[in-house]
Design a protein around this ligand. Structure first.
Ligand code: ADP
Length: 405
C-alpha cells in the first residue's frame, strides 16, 4: 500500500446528500482508496469504496446516517486496517462550492473560515451546509493535520468588475453581494495550466478558453493564468445549456411562469435547475451519451438538444474573443468535453469563421474520445484546440499539500 515515503492527502467532497472521498498522492496522482457515501440522511444511506486495484465494496450506513457518520465510517471502518495510509496523510483538502467573494485562494481552515463558509450559504444553499458538516467531522477525526478549503469560486475572483457585475441597481451588489461568482474554478485552473505546459507556452503571455462540460457546464476566458470572465453567475444555473439546467435565459420567462401560469418561485427554480437543459429539450435524458444515441436513431428532440448545446457553446466561445483579444488555445474537459468527438466537431465547424480548423482524424482517434488527451486542431488552425481530462481531486490534493509541514 502506501510506503513510508508517500505523503498523501484525503480529499473530501460533500454534496447535499453525498460524500466523495479519496486518498491521493499529490505528486504522482496515485489514488490509494476512493469512494462515495450516498443517500445520506435517507433510509438507504450507503457507502461504497475501492482500494487501488481492488474490487468495490458496498455497505449500508444505517437509516438517517449523515455526513459526519460517513466520515467516521471512512476512518473507523474503511481505513481501520490501513495504518500505513492513515500515517501517510499530511493534509485534508475540502472542496467548497462557494466562497463568495471572501476567498480567492485555497485557505487553511479555522473557526473564522467555517464562519465565512456559513456566510456564503445563500450562494450554495445545498452544498455549503454539507461542506461545513464534512469539515467539522473531519477536523474532529484528524485534528493534527492541516485542513484546507479549495473553493470552486476562488479562481474566478480575478474577474474585472465589468465582467462580474450584473446590470441591476448597485445596492443589490453592495448590500446583498449579488454578482457573478462562477463555478468549476478548480477544473478551469487545472486545464488552463496543463494546456500552457502542453504547448510549452509562456504562462505570462497566454490566452485560453477553457470549456468544462459535464452534467454542469461552464466556460472561462483565462488570460496569463487569471480568469477574466466565466459563464456561471450568482449560482451554477447561468451560462451554457446543461444536463438539467437551462443556462442563461430571458428572466421574463420566470415572471411569465409565475404571473401567467401561477407557479411559485420555488417551482420555477426546480424547473430551471432540474427539468430543463438537455432533459427538458429531449424529453428523454439529461445524459449526453443518451442524447447522441437518440440523435443517431433519428429522434428529432435529441437532435435539437444536441444542436442547441453545440450552438450555444460555440456562441459563448466566440464571445470570449472579446475579453481575450487573441486566443491561443481552446480546451475541452469534463465528461462531455473529453468524450464527445461529435460535439467537438460541430462546435469547431461553427467556429470556422475564426480560422479554427479541426483535424478530423485526431478528433475521432481513440485517444481523445476514450478519456485520453491530445491536440485536435489542424496545424494551420488559428488556435490550438485540445482535450485534457480534468482531475479536480488531484489539484485539490496538490493545493492542500502545500499547507503541510
Ligand atoms: P459531472 O458534472 O457530474 O462530474 P461528468 O463530467 O462525469 O459529470 O460528465 C457527465 C456527462 O458526460 C454526461 O452527460 C455523460 O453522458 C457525458 N459522457 C460521458 N461519456 C460520454 C461519451 N462517450 N460520449 C458522450 N458523452 C459522454
Amino acid at each position: 500500500m502506501a510506503t513510508n515515503t508517500d505523503k498523501t492527502v484525503l480529499v473530501v467532497n460533500c454534496g447535499s446528500s453525498s460524500v466523495k472521498f479519496a486518498i491521493v498522492n499529490p505528486v504522482d496522482g496515485r489514488v490509494f482508496v476512493s469512494g462515495i457515501a450516498e443517500a445520506l440522511t435517507l433510509d438507504d444511506a450507503r457507502i461504497s469504496w475501492a482500494f487501488d486495484g481492488e474490487a468495490k465494496t458496498e455497505q449500508m450506513l444505517g437509516s438517517g446516517a449523515d455526513h459526519a457518520r460517513a466520515i467516521d465510517f471512512v476512518v473507523d471502518t474503511i481505513l481501520a486496517g490501513h495504518k500505513d495510509l492513515l500515517d501517510s496523510l499530511v493534509a485534508v483538502g475540502h472542496r467548497i462550492v462557494s466562497g463568495g467573494d471572501l476567498y480567492s485562494q485555497p485557505t487553511l481552515v479555522d473557526d473564522s473560515v467555517e464562519a465565512g463558509i456559513e456566510k456564503c450559504i445563500p450562494f450554495a444553499p445545498l452544498h455549503n451546509p454539507a461542506h461545513l458538516q464534512g469539515i467539522r467531522a473531519a477536523r474532529k477525526v484528524f485534528p493534527g493535520i492541516p485542513h484546507v478549503c479549495v473553493f470552486d469560486t476562488a479562481f474566478h475572483q480575478t474577474m474585472p468588475e465589468y465582467a462580474f457585475r450584473f446590470a441591476i441597481p448597485e445596492k443589490y451588489y453592495t448590500e446583498n453581494r449579488i454578482r457573478r461568482y462562477g463555478a468549476h474554478g478548480t477544473s478551469h485552473y487545472y486545464v488552463a495550466g496543463e494546456v500552457c505546459k502542453e504547448m510549452g507556452a509562456d504562462p505570462d503571455n497566454f490566452n485560453v478558453i477553457t470549456c468544462h462540460l459535464g452534467n454542469g457546464a461552464s466556460i472561462s476566458a483565462v488570460k496569463n493564468g487569471k480568469c477574466i470572465d466565466t459563464s456561471m453567475g450568482l449560482t451554477p444555473l447561468d451560462g451554457l445549456m446543461m444536463g438539467t439546467r437551462s443556462g442563461s435565459i430571458d428572466p421574463s420567462v420566470i415572471f411569465f411562469l409565475c404571473d401567467n401560469m401561477g407557479l411559485t418561485a420555488q417551482e420555477v427554480c426546480k424547473i430551471l435547475n432540474k427539468e430543463s437543459g438537455l432533459l427538458g429539450i429531449s424529453g428523454r435524458t439529461s445524459d449526453f451519451r443518451g442524447i447522441t444515441e437518440g440523435r443517431e436513431q433519428g429522434d428529432e428532440k435529441c437532435a435539437l438538444a444536441f444542436d442547441m448545446f453545440c450552438y450555444r457553446l460555440a456562441k459563448f466561445i466566440a464571445s470570449y474573443y472579446v475579453p481575450l483579444g487573441r486566443v491561443d488555445a481552446i480546451v475541452f474537459t469534463g465528461g462531455i468535453g473529453e468524450n464527445s468527438y461529435r460535439m467537438r466537431r460541430r462546435v469547431m465547424e461553427l467556429l470556422a469563421p475564426f480560422g479554427i480548423k479541426l483535424d478530423v482524424e485526431k478528433n475521432e482517434a481513440a485517444l481523445v474520445y476514450k478519456g485520453g488527451r491530445g491536440v485536435i486542431s489542424a496545424p494551420d488552425s488559428s488556435c490550438y484546440v485540445t482535450v485534457i481530462p480534468t482531475n479536480e481531486e488531484l489539484i485539490i490534493a496538490r493545493l492542500a499539500s502545500e499547507f503541510a509541514k
